[in-house]
Design a protein around this ligand. Structure first.
Ligand code: NAD
Length: 256
């Protein structure tokens, strides 16, 4: 059981991170929610989740684009048995027009944040003699698509980091794995539909059918619950020998 274990999920006031946090709350773990905002809604989300699942849920503000704040999140939480590196953003543009500030932000939030949180959390896991690191990478950690240079670069980097951390912790009761979702219908995906429509000169409906779900042989979006349930499994004792791996949840995308 995960009762008594503390789970920190970065970027968890929306989408997959929120879904993963809910799955862990359902499994009885204590939850730390995070984003860069500090709104009443963020704290209400934690309070409501705590009441719904009858477990401790805190919200800690920290900007995952800043290394120091990534490390401070782990320190403020005070415990970290399970770390889920999920925070991420997207920007869609050809590489020669890709805004430099967007490149820097995507590399920082989608990739470097996992370096900083992992570095801060590992000593706590070693002290506890147990730990799980779960990186929410992407099918774009294993395959590329045009116009997503920063995202594809960052996600391939996260898959590489996952393998390295898996090896560095192999002899300990600690595992590090990446989940590689295909398309999940979250605000991140909804937001890129208009820009993608522009790049491909298509309507938004055509983008969903011909660009987005074209990648996914199942022709269905994956769900946040499916990602959350896999994360809970990776935290279980049954998954103790799974480490350094990138596990696709992509309706067959990366089988092709
Ligand atoms: P989302 O936009 O719903 O969620 C992103 C989360 O990250 C939000 O909670 C947001 O507040 C947080 N965030 C953004 N910038 C942050 C910052 N600077 N500091 C702290 N938190 C920050 O999107 P999502 O689809 O749920 O994406 C979550 C993760 O899943 C991302 O890493 C994304 O790359 C990955 N992913 C998503 C899909 C998909 O199809 N939706 C597929 C593969 C991988």
């Amino acid at each position: 059981s995960l009762a008594g274990k503390t789970v920190i999920v970065t970027g968890s006031n929306s989408g997959i991170g929120l879904g993963v946090a809910r799955s862990f709350a359902g499994a009885g773990a204590k939850i730390v929610l995070n984003s860069f905002t500090d709104n009443d809604d963020d704290h209400k989300l934690a309070k409501d989740m705590s009441e719904e699942f009858g477990t401790e849920v805190r919200y800690i503000q920290a900007d995952m684009s800043k290394g120091d704040q990534c490390r401070a999140l782990i320190e403020k939480a005070g415990a970290c048995d399970i770390l889920v590196n999920n925070a991420g953003i997207q920007h869609v543009a050809p590489i020669d027009e890709f805004p430099q500030d967007k490149w820097d932000a995507i590399i920082a939030i989608n990739m470097s944040s996992a370096f900083h949180t992992t570095a801060a959390a590992l000593p706590m896991m070693r002290k506890a003699g147990w730990g799980r690191i779960i990186n929410i990478a992407s099918a774009h950690g294993l395959r590329a698509s045009p116009f997503k240079s920063a995202y594809v670069t960052a996600k391939h980097g996260v898959v590489g980091m996952t393998k390295t951390v898996g090896l560095e912790t192999a002899k300990e009761q600690i595992t590090c794995n990446a989940i590689c979702p295909g398309y999940v219908l979250t605000p991140l995906v909804e937001a890129q539909i208009p820009d993608t429509a522009k790049e491909y000169n298509m309507s938004e409906d055509e983008v969903i059918e011909k660009v987005i779900l074209a990648k996914q042989p199942s022709k269905e979006f994956a769900t946040v619950e499916q990602i959350g349930d896999l994360a809970v499994f990776l935290a279980s004792d049954s998954a103790a020998q799974i480490t350094g791996q990138a596990l696709p949840v992509d309706g067959g995308w990366t089988a092709a």
